[in-house]
Structure formats: C-alpha cells, structure tokens
Design a protein around this ligand. Structure first.
Ligand code: CA
Length: 397
C-alpha cells in the first residue's frame, strides 16, 4: 500500500488463544496515524473505528464520556452491534493495527476515589506502618475505607512517571525535601462510572450495573516516604497525587459475566445499605512485571469489599457520581508473599529485597518499568485479557 485510499473488506484475524477475542471487546480512545482521536474497540491486535463502523457521532470524540452517559441500554446495543460486526468482513479503512495507533486516556475523569478493599493489603500495611497495634483499624470491617484522589493526574498507560519530590522524615527532628527514595506501585482495579446519579440520592448495591460501565487496570504510584510522614491525621495527599496510571482499554462489565464469584464471608455482617441481593466479586488474576521479571500475581477474587459495595458507600451520604468518574479498588494483595500488589509489601518495608533481572531492588529505581496485566474467565473455558497498565520511572526534576 502506498498511501492511497484503503478500500475493500477483510475479516480481522483472531488467533484461537487471543485474550482479546470477540467475547472481550474493550473500549478505548485511539489516534490513528492520520486523523483525530476517536473511540475504538480492540479485537485481537486490531483497533476497530466505531465512528466509521456505526456512524454515530458519540464515537467521534476523544473520550468515552458520551457513550458512558448514554446508559446501559445503549451500552448493550453497541456491544451487540460490535459483536455481530466482529465476525464479518469489515471495511479496511475502519481497521488499524494496534501498533500503528496512539492510545489516549480513554475517559475524561471528573472525580477519582481510591479505596482500600483488600483485607490482606490492609493487614500488611497496618503491620508495616503501625507495628505496635492491631493491623486493621476498628472501622475497616464495617465500611470500605477510601479517600478522594486527584483526577487531573490520572494518565494513560505508557505515560512516563516522574519521581516526585517531597518532605521526607530524617533521623533528626526536622524533615528534608527531595526525591522520594521509596517509590512504589499499587496494583489495582479501576471502575469507570457510566450513567451518573442524582445529588442526594444514594446508589444501592443492586443498582451497580446500571451505573458502572466497565473496568480498567490501575497503577496507583505511591511515594512511601512522603506518605508515611504526611498521612496523619487526614490521609494520603502528595505521596499519591503526582501520577496514577489507567489502562488504555476499558473492559465492559458484560464481558466479565463469567468472572463473577461469591464474596468472601464478611464478618461482621455489613450494615443494610452495604448489602444487595446479587452482590459479587470478580475472579481476575493480575500479573506484575518489574523490568520484565514477574514479581507478583495479585488475585482480585479475594477482595473483601465488592465493587457494588464501594459505589454504594461512596454515594451513601448523597454524593452523586457523573459519567467518567473513576474509583479504584485499592491495592490487590493475597495472603501469599507472591500475591502482594505493592513493593512495600513484597519487600516487607524494604527489609527483604527482591531479585529483578540481574539486580536487587527494594523500591523503584530511575529507568525501572512496571507493567501490570490481568486475565479473567471468558466463555467456553477461554480467558479474556484486560488491557495492560505500564509506566517507566524518570528522574526527579
Ligand atoms: Ca491506592
């Protein structure tokens, strides 16, 4: 091809073992080699141009927000249309190899909330940060603990992460200011709000799937030295707000129907507003790679609080959500050492270094790269993939 018009119809080739087959079909925003960013769906290693295929202006924009706002009936119509198209020959000029496009942040994020929903992570952090007291604070089993994060610094996967400067505790009474020496990751799952809610009216647990469109992997980069000094009494601040990475691909909840699993037993029984008739967790297995070395396999299926409980809690006071809001699960960790979704846990506060390639590490060095991937049960014994979230550390400025 020599740059002339691309014409004709061809089928997208989907290998049998593809994690991005026609049962998956995540949404993203891509910039084609020539042209403005627009909404696409991933099928195998091809991006389908929805504006071209479905002739609807809600796809001819640089975020998913119009689709998110359209609500669950429209989401299902679009998904059904794309599933049907995925098995047919499609116009060549509506298909782009993934390697030729630039992926953009898929969602214009209004508000961002970060939870703390893994009992294993909360227990580990409690032991590390408060070694002389009970690891779980008294509220933890009664409510999904969370805080409001910084939406404006959520970036798409692949964006470099600049090491933050901040106040660090020193051996003397006074802190100093400089580059974080304990830069860490948090492997999380993010939930993208579709249909908004009304101010003053909580979203119930059973209304979850009317309001949440889908999921994407999140890496909540964390500066542990800054965090440890600043976090009491108001919680996380500059140790978290410098950068949060979100995957380029948002997997619709409908693609995860076979990943539903019962929640772990919750003791004590949550208050009525945190209970629903059909609440569930998601059996999603994550893999964390540190410079290509696999260092952890965090299991989302063990999360204590469900995604629906998190949404019910964050709206329980009448706070409303808007299309494009994002809330993340908090670090996903399991009970085993190789299931820890942060490096402060993996290296036990930096006291147990891990081998990364030919070097040892406790926290992140400049130039280090972290990539988080995940898979979940699909149909007929197959698995589907979530889009990866990755980033490389650049030196402090
Ligand atoms: Ca977090």
């Amino acid at each position: 091809m020599t740059g002339g018009a691309r014409t004709g119809l061809i089928c997208v080739e989907v290998p049998d073992d593809s994690l991005f087959g026609p049962e998956n079909l995540p949404y993203g925003v891509f910039a084609p080699p020539a042209g403005e960013p627009r909404v696409g769906v991933r099928l195998s290693d091809t991006v389908l141009d929805l504006a071209a295929l479905l002739d609807d202006p809600i796809f001819l924009r640089a975020d998913l927000n119009a689709l998110l706002a359209a609500g669950p009936t429209r989401w299902r119509e679009v998904r059904d249309q794309v599933r049907e198209l995925a098995g047919t020959a499609l116009p060549v000029d509506a298909q782009f190899p993934l390697s030729t496009v630039r992926m953009k942040l898929p969602v214009r994020i209004g508000d961002y909330v970060d939870f703390y929903a893994s009992v294993d992570h909360a227990t580990n952090l409690g032991r590390l940060f408060r070694p002389d007291s009970e690891p779980l604070l008294p509220n933890w089993r009664h409510l999904p603990v969370g805080y409001h994060g910084r939406a404006g610094t959520v970036v798409v996967s692949g964006t470099p992460v600049i090491r933050p400067n901040g106040q660090r505790r020193t051996g003397s009474d006074a802190p100093d200011f400089g580059p974080s020496q304990r830069l860490d990751i948090e492997a999380e799952l993010g939930f993208v709000v579709g249909q908004g809610s009304t101010l003053g009216v909580p979203v119930t647990v059973d209304e979850f799937s009317e309001h949440v469109f889908g999921v994407g992997l999140v890496n909540d980069w964390s500066a542990r030295d800054i965090q440890a000094w600043e976090y009491q009494p108001l919680g996380p601040f500059l140790g978290k707000s410098f950068t949060t990475s979100l995957a380029a691909w948002i997997t619709p909840l409908d693609a995860l129907a076979n990943a539903r699993v019962p929640l772990p037993t919750q003791t004590p029984k949550p208050l009525p507003y945190l209970r629903g008739s059909d609440d569930h967790g998601l059996d999603i297995d994550l893999t964390v790679r540190w410079n290509d070395e696999v260092v952890a396999h965090p299991p989302y299926g063990r999360m204590y609080w469900s995604p629906a409980q998190m949404l019910a809690h964050l709206t329980a006071n009448g706070a409303s959500v808007r299309p494009g809001d994002l809330y993340a699960s908090g670090t996903i960790s399991g009970p085993d050492p190789d299931q820890r979704g942060s490096f402060i846990e993996l290296t036990w506060g930096g006291t147990e270094p891990v081998t990364v390639g030919t070097e040892t590490r406790t926290f992140l060095a400049d130039g280090d790269r972290v990539t988080i991937t995940a898979t979940a049960p699909g149909t007929a014994g197959r698995r589907i993939g979530l889009g990866e979230v990755g980033g490389t550390i650049l030196p402090a400025r």
